[in-house]
Design a protein. Sequence first.
Length: 252
Amino acid sequence: MRQPPGRRPVTPPPAAVTPPVTARPSSRPKLRAALHLLREDGSDGGTIDLEDGPIPFGRDSGSPFDQDFYLNPKHCAFTVESEGVRVDDLSPVNGVYRKIEGRIELQHGDTFRVGQELLYYEDLPEAEALADGTERMGSPNPGYWGRISVIVDGGRACEAVPIVGNEFIVGRERGDLTFPTDGYVSSTHCRIGGDDDGVFLEDRGSSNGTYLRVRSGQCVPFGSLLLIGQQLFHVREAEPLTRRSEQALCPA
């Protein structure tokens, strides 16, 4: 195409060249925590240091855990988060239990430990008719809204007690469900109650505590006590390890 007289063709400027971006090492501090093993007498049994994660734990972790046969070889995994430690089940068999403080929400299918007893909670919702209008047969319900089952060796339920009224008490001497031969259960150990906000499990100041099974993927806050197999751990926060301090710790 001819240009108009007296004008020269305009050459566009060269495109700007963007220099390649070099990825820099992440400066995010590594999240750290510690699991302090507590012996039966309350003394310190050693520490497991955690950094970021996930970090597997189980019978394969070596002594003294290799002789605890309530632990699976790969039992669970820990991931350090800003508010605590996330727990993921690696085996569905025995789980991880957290000592409750005050009261905590209890959901359908939750398992909790009272002394040496393992208990399982189920909701009992009001009966509903089938889609075709048929109603299921059963004994009249006097107002049961939940049920507690006692789990024995092998994971089988040997006894189930319905919950009716505002609360359900578990204890050694007094309550709706009692364990008179279990010396680790307090006289009035814990209670289950329901209100408009849901169902709750509450420890009643027992000597040995009430432990609720941690739901896989849940974060337990720093300061918690965790029962894993026969091992009791105190979850503690540790100072984040920055890249600069990490380099300073490396041998020359």
